[in-house]
Design a protein around this ligand. Structure first.
Ligand code: FES
Ligand SMILES: [Fe+2]
Length: 361
């Protein structure tokens, strides 16, 4: 089957993704290679490196399940390598460690800190060895504040995304935000991951689905700004107490902004509120199951109970219900594709356009 599809770049002409995109197991698997292995992934924050110098991670468990290691060297630089031994595939680290010695404990293969093969017992007679692929695969790693990102053959430069985000939120000391475990949760959603993103990417549903949030946000002023591989939704509020206090040279100085909702293609949301940052990582599990991790990083805890970022659990459950209903609706044999509101669904259109570009490559 040909899975290519065209999303018209003119939103007024465009159709939404077809129902089969969300229902096909084959497409779900194809997205690994076409999208998730061509993008950046949020790993975690740097706090674990206060205790350890080497940490293993799985990127998108149950989907890519890609094992990586992150090493912090004494000059505070980070490096990322594959955590898979190039002999017979054992995991080199299965827990955080303070050892920077990359030695596989299965048959003793050694690598240097750059991942280059160094030594292997009983391999003297092996011909044409070591080859390039006997070194550990290296991945680019970047940070934004305290957040670490790894790239898998990324099709774009994430530093450009960071610059775009810093333009508006760089006035806050992002690298001093403190992680709060009590305000962090995982949500299991019975839907395709892309439906969760579709819903996130428009404020159109706010008056219908989030009646309380709608009292805080000024729906008519709600704005969406499209960039190359990220976009921004801006939530305004009439109540000055719920909004950011900008310095005079800020691009939005004088505006009453309650939230900046940044989305990075394909599955990460960085939501900034006057109290700090809520990171939402959307993790595909199956065509009908997604895990969404909410991680809270606090800047000003006195503002936690005010404004658009005050009751995230309630907003999340309201979103969950509608997204799960859409997932059921899209199983219909009679639904083909939808259309976009040019004024209210620019973010969803941007997402569908990027998906089609990456898939058609
Ligand atoms: S799998 Fe690592 S040394 Fe054999
Ligand atoms: Fe919502």
């Amino acid at each position: 089957m040909n899975y290519k599809f065209i999303i018209d770049s003119d939103i007024a002409n465009a159709e939404t993704l077809p129902g089969w995109f969300y229902n096909s197991e084959d497409v779900f698997q194809l997205l690994k290679e076409k999208i998730f292995l061509k993008c950046w992934h949020w790993i975690d924050d740097k706090s674990i490196f206060n205790q350890f110098s080497t940490c293993p991670f799985f990127i998108l468990p149950d989907y890519l399940s890609e094992p990586i290691i992150v090493l912090k060297n004494p000059s505070n630089d980070y490096k990322s390598l594959s955590n898979v031994c190039t002999h017979r595939g054992n995991l080199i680290f299965d827990k955080p460690s303070n050892s920077n010695n990359l030695i596989c404990n299965y048959h003793g293969r050694k690598f240097d800190n750059e991942g280059k093969f160094k030594f292997m017992p009983e391999f003297e007679m092996t011909k044409n060895f070591p080859r390039n692929c006997d070194n550990l695969h290296g991945f680019p790693i970047k940070s934004f504040g305290n957040l670490l990102f790894v790239g898998f053959n990324p099709g774009f430069n994430i530093e450009n995304v960071f610059s775009i985000i810093k333009e508006r939120v760089g006035f806050m000391p992002i690298d001093e935000f403190i992680f709060d475990e009590n305000l962090s949760r995982d949500f299991k959603i019975n839907s395709h991951w892309a439906l969760y993103c579709d819903n996130y990417l428009e404020g159109f549903h706010v008056p219908f689905v989030h009646k309380d949030l709608n009292k805080i946000l000024d729906y008519d002023s709600y704005e969406t700004i499209i960039y190359d591989h990220c976009n921004l939704q801006i939530g305004y509020s009439d109540n000055k107490d719920d909004t950011f206090k900008f310095p005079k040279n800020h691009i939005d100085y004088g505006k009453n902004i309650a939230a900046y909702y940044y989305w990075i293609f394909p599955n990460l949301m960085l939501n900034f509120y006057p109290w700090g940052l809520s990171v939402n990582l959307v993790q595909p599990k199956s065509i009908n199951s997604t895990n969404v991790s909410f991680r809270s990083y606090i800047y000003d805890k006195n503002k936690l109970n005010y404004g658009a970022g005050s009751d995230l659990d309630k907003v999340e459950h309201e979103d969950e219900e509608v997204v799960e209903n859409v997932n059921k609706g899209l199983k219909s044999s009679f639904y083909k594709t939808g259309r976009f509101s040019p004024t209210k669904e620019k973010g969803v259109h941007h997402f569908h356009l990027l998906l089609s570009k990456f898939i058609n490559k």
